[in-house]
Design a protein around this ligand. Structure first.
Ligand code: G3P
Ligand code: CA
Length: 388
């Protein structure tokens, strides 16, 4: 088995998830003086104070058990007890509707390739510097997209999820808001969601800005205020700033890519900074000027050595808390494929490793929340961690 626990963040999670990779470098401050002991804890203040610490975010729903970004996945995450649901990663259609897909290319997560009427839409595009061949949401109207059905992205690892291929449509964000309202009424409590704007600069250049329709929808459903049960996230800081300018006051999180990566909006505007710059105290203070949290890549919380084994916590939790930011790193998954080398059990990439121990090691650093494809496992670990 390859030593690396997870493909690079930008690597599509494919059947070859155990493909060759280099050592994972943290990019944040290196091991802190306190070693692996608990860092300072900070309960997120303000609107997030109602969430438990650490809180569990169902990543793309409960995508370890159902095809991602479907109502099957969102509902299961909620029923499992996830504190927050990542519903969804947002991309626009040709006619400007926001739909829940992880990327504009829908080849891996829908049955579009089986729809002969759309064969001519297959094309090659460059998205944020990466050449991709497939079918893209921006070339489909919502009515056309609704004729497709979702399927499992990584059937080689999650064969069990293929049982549900073809069962659910691509959700719109408005349907998510209606579902959250319905479930909130039924349960007598707010349903927290954590939507992400995907490739906002790319889409804006196509005339399909995502922030305006997102702000409009949040306002329509009363979710634009400071205390609304949403957290908004983006790898592009300017997207969050724009949402703030549009009057969206709920908490916002800057996602942090691999250290060498320049956010796509920085590339567009000529800002020379990379993620490594944003991970420094000065970068974190800059983020705190318009956002309340960061979403780091897991190795930026606990580094890994060149064998892929877990190393020591970095200083990022302490530095971010000092800047007044909460941290919700991404993404823990139960399968060996995605775990640090020393948390794997056996050699089968799709078998479960000792993710419970990895969750607890991450919680011990003082993080505020965590994205997981397996919210039930994360919740069990969080409960045991709180009882320690
Ligand atoms: O949004 C948290 C995590 O989902 C970020 O990575 O690429 O899975 O959206 P990605
Ligand atoms: Ca996401």
């Amino acid at each position: 088995m390859d030593k690396r626990y997870e493909p690079g963040r930008r690597t599509v999670l494919g059947a070859a998830a155990l493909g060759a990779g280099a050592a994972v470098l943290a990019g944040a401050g290196q091991a802190n003086a306190a070693g692996t002991g608990p860092a300072d804890r900070s309960t997120p203040a303000g609107p997030l104070a109602k969430l438990p610490v650490p809180f569990v975010i169902g990543h793309r729903g409960a995508s370890g058990y159902r095809p991602e970004h479907t109502f099957g996945s969102y509902q299961l995450a909620l029923d499992m007890g996830a504190d927050v649901i990542e519903a969804g990663d947002l991309v626009p259609t040709k006619d400007g509707h926001l739909v829940c897909r992880h990327e504009p290319d829908i080849s891996a997560t829908t049955d579009v390739a089986d729809h002969h009427e759309f064969a001519g839409r297959k094309t090659t595009k460059t998205v944020d510097g990466t050449k991709i061949t497939g079918w893209f949401t921006e070339d489909f109207t919502l009515a056309e997209l609704k004729t497709l059905r979702a399927k499992e992205r990584i059937p080689g690892i999650r064969q069990h999820n293929t049982l549900y291929n073809g069962r659910w449509e691509v959700p719109t964000f408005e349907e998510v808001l209606q579902w959250a309202e319905r479930e909130g009424r039924r349960r007598g409590r707010p349903i927290w969601i954590y939507p992400e704007t995907k490739h906002p600069t790319y889409f804006r250049k196509l005339g399909l800005g995502v922030e305006e329709p997102l702000a409009r929808l949040l306002r329509r459903y009363g979710r634009h205020t400071e205390h609304a049960p949403n957290i908004l996230q983006s790898f592009e800081p300017s997207s969050l700033r724009r949402l703030g300018e549009l009057g969206v006051r709920c908490p916002k999180t800057v996602l942090l890519d691999e250290p060498s990566v320049r956010p796509a909006d920085f590339v567009e505007s000529g800002d020379p900074r990379t993620t490594a710059d944003l991970l420094k105290p000065e970068g974190l203070r800059w983020i705190a000027g318009f956002a309340q949290g960061i979403g780091p890549w897991l190795p930026q919380i606990i580094a890994q050595d060149d064998q892929g084994k877990l190393g020591r916590p970095t200083t990022l939790v302490r530095d971010a808390h000092a800047a007044g930011l909460f941290l919700t790193p991404y993404t823990v998954r139960n399968e060996n494929s995605f775990l640090p080398l020393d948390f794997r059990v056996g050699n089968n990439p799709g078998d479960y490793g000792n993710s419970l121990a990895y969750f607890k090691a991450l919680f011990a650093t003082g993080i505020d929340g965590l994205f997981s494809d397996d919210p039930d496992t994360a919740l069990l670990a969080a409960e045991e961690f709180r009882r320690r």
